[in-house]
Write a protein that binds this ligand. Structure first.
Ligand code: PRP
Length: 211
């Protein structure tokens, strides 16, 4: 039999919404992803296996062809670029917004601002487009802490319910992008396995319910 196609999934919150979607498309891992320490999972389809990795690593695996397809947040694609990748389908899951946010009542005092974020490229582009000079401070988590500790004036972060901002005395300001998870495909794999991959794209599109 031919080597199975490999789909890289983003672990965490996105995975929780990806697995039911895959199940609706008839794709289920043969063992419980949550209770296993494995990283590679065979599925109910002999021609498809899953790997479960960090979101920031998904485009890397797919770009290099180590995985043929992937499921990743649009925020990651905007931040790290999508060269070498097709993005044929918005899966409509893990919807949220990428926003600027600041302490409640914060008023900017001019053309310079300190911004803490893990989305440094997105933040630089956004503030540059507004004619504001942003000193971007790269963090890897807990962005909401930065204004409280006077490390930054504003943050750029994912906002879902807004509870994290509220709990830390902050409010959302500008929406930078609407985010959801996307199916990405390696460009060479799309050519060499066109029928199999397009079949998967069609099945997943049907499973999203047109969302
Ligand atoms: C995201 C984001 C916020 C929170 C927003 O973090 O960084 O902290 O969710 O959600 P809310 O508006 O519903 O409160 P996530 O839990 O994804 O973890 P991360 O920091 O590892 O990205």
């Amino acid at each position: 039999m031919n080597k199975p196609l490999t789909m890289a999934l983003t672990k965490g919150r996105i995975l929780e919404e990806t697995l039911p979607l895959l199940a609706r498309a008839g794709i289920e891992p043969l063992e419980d992803i949550h209770s296993s320490r494995k990283l590679i999972f065979a599925t109910t389809r002999a021609d498809l296996q899953l790997v479960v990795i960090r979101g920031t690593d998904v485009p890397t695996y797919v770009r290099h062809g180590a995985a043929d397809l992937g499921v990743v947040g649009k925020d990651i694609l905007l931040e790290h670029g999508a060269e070498g990748l097709y993005e044929p389908l918005d899966l409509g899951i893990a919807r949220c917004r990428l926003m600027t946010a600041g302490p409640v009542g914060w008023q900017g005092s001019g053309a310079r601002v300190r911004v803490a974020t893990k989305f440094a490229n997105i933040a630089r582009r956004f503030f540059a487009a507004q004619g504001i000079h942003a000193d971007v401070i790269k963090l890897y988590g807990a962005m909401e802490l930065a204004p409280m500790m006077d490390l930054a004036d504003l943050i750029v972060d994912i906002v879902d319910t807004g509870n994290t901002l509220r709990a830390n005395g902050m409010e959302p300001l500008d929406e930078i992008a609407r985010i959801s998870s996307r199916l990405i495909v390696n460009k060479a794999a799309m050519r060499s396995h066109y029928r199999a991959i397009q079949g998967l794209v069609d099945q997943l599109a049907a499973a999203t319910g047109g969302s």
